[in-house]
Design a protein around this ligand. Structure first.
Ligand SMILES: Nc1ncnc2c1ncn2[C@@H]1O[C@H](COP(=O)(O)OP(=O)(O)OP(=O)(O)O)[C@@H](O)[C@H]1O
Ligand SMILES: [Mg+2]
Length: 360
């Protein structure tokens, strides 16, 4: 089921009459059968967007369509959605079986069919052995899978997940996200997965949507968005360690940081913001490149060495201390205090307009 939002806007008015534009003129098409990761910092409007799709909130402006069907006046229970929240509220006194089956009782589904569907869902989420247990006898990840089964048993047209993994520890989180991906693939249900964790969104989504202050910044396949960020915000939001950001300039078609050449760009002379991914630094062992720094800190983990540089060393005129990170092969055996020359991989060099932050 395709979900389409046109000019979707939600304005909250708080007691002091201040307006919050939680969702701001959003135009978005979520393709049928895909898993979309809705991603952005706290307060950017992810949950609000989800609740608008669910019909738990009513938009201030704009429209939502499921397929060709306009949803504005359709109440939540008639929209055919399955919802899973961060705080999965299972009924503690009911067994897993009863928890999954519960929505079907409300829908007055015939007993035999309800039983079959419950078993089918328990199998799908891998809990058929645990149908007679109570929630407190399950791990956090298993409980969350019960919540997913309960959301799916109604055979919704759309599955909406709001930070479903944030209560789980790191390992369970990883495991459960793979599980969600598998369940989504097997059912082919259009799914919107809300998270503020970029790695989580990147790893399971067919496409990610990056949001900031209620406004969509970019939508695309995770790797495409990572490789071609539309603006500085998106570039900084995706990737660990974060992209390094420098004040730079374009002069005669050459990209300069502190007067040192890092690349070429056929654009008029201008001050710019330069982003370099940590993995974009290539060690120039011949020492020919003018782009060079003295290493301030070395962290080696396995095959990778992370080099930390303090830009103050090379330009004492800078007021605030700025550090940056380069990830290089541990084989170089670089030590603190070494002067390292770099060339920059062109595909890891991102240039942004100094004032707007939009990619050049
Ligand atoms: N009922 C409400 N009344 C007033 N303002 C609200 C209400 N609900 C949300 N907001 C505001 O709308 C904005 C978006 O909130 P939302 O809950 O959608 O953010 P989010 O992206 O889900 O954040 P988080 O990652 O913290 O869950 C925030 O500024 C929030 O304070
Ligand atoms: Mg939220």
């Amino acid at each position: 089921m395709e979900i389409k939002m046109t000019n979707l806007t939600k304005i909250f008015t708080s007691k002091n009459r201040k307006e919050v534009h939680a969702v701001d003129h959003v135009d978005l098409v979520i393709p049928s059968g895909k898993l979309i990761g809705l991603l952005g910092p706290s307060g950017c409007g992810k949950s609000t967007t989800l609740y608008l799709i669910a019909g738990l909130l009513r938009q201030t402006e704009g429209q939502i369509f499921f397929g060709n069907e306009e949803m504005t006046d359709v109440p939540p229970e008639k929209r055919g959605i399955g919802l899973v929240f961060q705080n999965y509220a299972l009924y503690p006194h009911m067994t897993v079986r009863e928890n999954i089956l519960f929505p079907l009782e409300n829908l007055r589904v015939e007993k035999k069919e309800a039983k079959e569907r419950t078993l089918e869902m328990a199998k799908l989420v891998g809990l058929e052995e645990m149908l007679d247990r109570k929630p407190k006898e399950l791990s956090g990840g298993q409980q969350q899978r019960v919540a997913i089964a309960r959301a799916l048993v109604k055979r919704p047209r759309v599955l909406l997940l709001d930070e479903p993994l944030s209560n789980l520890d790191a390992r369970l989180r990883l495991q459960t996200r793979e599980e969600i991906k598998r369940i989504q693939r097997e059912t082919g249900i259009t799914t919107v997965f809300v998270t503020h964790d970029q790695e989580e969104a990147m790893s399971i989504s067919d496409e990610i949507v990056v949001m900031k202050d209620g406004v969509i910044q970019q939508m695309g396949e995770p790797q495409d968005v990572y490789d071609h960020p539309a603006n500085l915000f998106v570039a900084k939001f995706l990737g660990t360690p974060q992209i390094n950001v420098f004040d730079g300039e374009i002069k005669n078609g050459t990209v300069l940081i502190e007067g040192m050449e890092v690349g070429k760009k056929d654009l008029p002379d201008q001050p710019i913001t330069v982003g370099i991914r940590p993995e974009g630094f290539l060690v120039d062992t011949k020492g020919k490149s003018s782009f060079r720094f003295t290493v301030d800190l070395v962290e080696t983990i396995g095959r990778d060495t992370t080099l930390l540089f303090d830009m103050l060393d090379d330009n004492a005129a800078l007021l605030d201390r700025k550090t940056f990170k380069a990830i290089v092969d541990a084989g170089y055996r670089i030590k603190t205090g070494d002067l390292v020359h770099f060339t920059i991989r062109p595909d890891k060099l991102h240039l942004f307009d100094k004032s707007t932050g939009i990619v050049l």
